[in-house]
Design a protein around this ligand. Structure first.
Ligand SMILES: Nc1ncnc2c1ncn2[C@@H]1O[C@H](COP(=O)(O)OP(=O)(O)OP(=O)(O)O)[C@@H](O)[C@H]1O
Length: 253
């Protein structure tokens, strides 16, 4: 069984001469409970894979499945109960006029939960925010606290899979590690599967067991984090990414 499967995925934007082939023939699987990273330079198609899965990029071909159920053109409520996404920018992803209580109540209500009060308290506790945060508005929260609320919102439907699109890159360096550690703890406590996009190889090495390296829309290599740490990738592009992230200079002629 796989939690997520992508086979021969192509995703494009626009038509004719304006067409951009953002993802080309991408294939990989993520096992239940695994944390899988997507890395690569800006514009290589990492976020587009997540967007295609969640329905935000409508033009795609190939095969995608969630818990071995094929993803079709329309996603039902079961899909969004199973798969939730945390976006890069908590400033943009939370509505400024909704309190934390309203944000969480709305999602819980949409997913048909009756016991909303205790669930809100538990969700806030899960993400390390006390009950005093419940009636605050986004402008009354720090960036890290906002991202905690966004994570609580993603956890509310009790998903088994979280899509994390650069979840710490908009945050102050001092809180990035806190949020990554929170996510790692939540993964264990809630038996979650992660698909994570990051341009930061150190983040991916810390969070993921396997990594797909993307270049210009294609997956050039899938490698284990141990091979990555040992600087032993198969593909020269991966090596150049690793060296760049470590500040090495290649000994080129
Ligand atoms: N809505 C869109 N319309 C047209 N082109 C798009 C759209 N969204 C993305 N693209 C293009 O698709 C390609 C892949 O973009 P994508 O955002 O997936 O890259 P990425 O690897 O996630 O990059 P980054 O790390 O900068 O977010 C890029 O060439 C981008 O310009």
């Amino acid at each position: 069984m796989s939690a997520l499967s992508f086979q021969g995925l192509n995703v494009w934007f626009g038509e004719g001469r304006d067409r951009v082939d953002a993802v080309k023939d991408a294939s990989f699987e993520v096992a239940p409970g695994e944390s899988f990273g997507l890395v690569g330079e800006s514009g290589s198609g990492k976020s587009t894979i997540m967007r295609a899965l969640t329905g935000l990029a409508p033009h795609w071909s190939g095969h995608m499945s969630v818990n071995d159920r094929p993803v079709g053109r329309r996603r039902d409520r079961t899909f969004y109960k199973t798969v939730q996404m945390v976006f890069q920018d908590p400033y943009a992803s939370l509505h400024p006029r909704l309190s934390v209580d309203q944000v969480l109540s709305e999602v819980l209500w949409l997913h048909g939960f009756g016991d909303i009060e205790p669930r809100i308290e538990r969700l806030l506790d899960d993400v390390g925010l006390g009950p005093s945060f419940r009636f605050r508005y986004p402008h009354q929260l720090s960036g890290g606290q906002r991202q905690r609320v966004a994570i609580a919102r993603a956890l509310a439907p009790e998903p088994s899979i979280l899509l994390l699109d650069e979840p710490t890159s908009a945050l102050d360096v001092s809180v990035q590690a806190e949020i990554l550690n929170l996510l790692a703890d939540l993964r264990t406590e809630h038996n979650l599967t992660f698909l994570m996009v990051s341009h930061d190889l150190a983040v991916v090495a810390h969070m993921c067991e396997r990594i797909a390296v993307m270049q210009a829309g294609e997956i050039v290599e899938v490698l284990g984090v141990e091979e990555m740490r040992a600087m032993k990738p198969q593909h020269p592009y991966t090596l150049s990414l690793l060296e760049a992230s470590l500040g090495y200079r290649r000994e080129s002629a």
